[in-house]
Ligand binder design. Structure first.
Ligand code: FES
Ligand code: FES
Length: 154
């Protein structure tokens, strides 16, 4: 398998790495950079649990090859906030929108990106934004309420 040197920023840090041509961004993040907040589940684009931000937009990292992010900027859950939790994270706690937590990084990243480009989304817009992410625990109501509540802070 051929290898390629790529350069990308992850959570603000520049990385130069050699990757196999068939390595996914999900594998690069979890296996090479040890950023395990990005979850591995279906690995075929069905569940959305591997969502990260590429240049600020939510993307399923199991469907992206590492070589495709050469020159781009990736944000994972480890880099979404500073010392303090961001408003979406705080709202998830307030609304009990986290149960097992396996889906939570994907929702937090997706909602944070949504509020950045659309600070006052309607409920329908929130549903549309998070529509590609599966949660087996909360039933979604608390997640939607948390995102709408975080929007009030803006
Ligand atoms: S692990 Fe990527 S969509 Fe399920
Ligand atoms: S909180 Fe468990 S899958 Fe969503």
């Amino acid at each position: 398998m051929s290898r390629h040197r790529i350069s990308l920023k992850v959570n603000g840090l520049r990385h130069e790495v050699d990757v196999e041509a068939n390595k996914t961004l999900l594998q690069l993040l979890r296996d090479d950079l040890e950023l395990t907040g990005t979850k591995l589940a279906c690995e075929r684009g069905d569940c959305g649990l591997c969502t990260v931000l590429i240049d600020g937009m939510p993307v399923k990292s199991c469907l992206v090859l590492a070589v495709e992010v050469d020159g781009h900027e990736v944000t994972t859950i480890e880099g979404i906030s500073g010392e303090e939790l961001n408003s979406v994270q705080k709202a998830f706690i307030k609304h009990g929108a986290v149960q097992c937590g396996f889906c939570t990084p994907a929702f937090i990243l997706t909602a944070t990106a949504l509020l950045k480009r659309n600070p006052k989304p309607t409920e329908e817009e929130v549903k549309e934004a998070i529509g590609g992410i599966l949660c087996r625990c909360t039933g979604y109501r608390q997640i939607i309420d948390a995102v709408l509540d975080a929007a009030k802070e803006r």
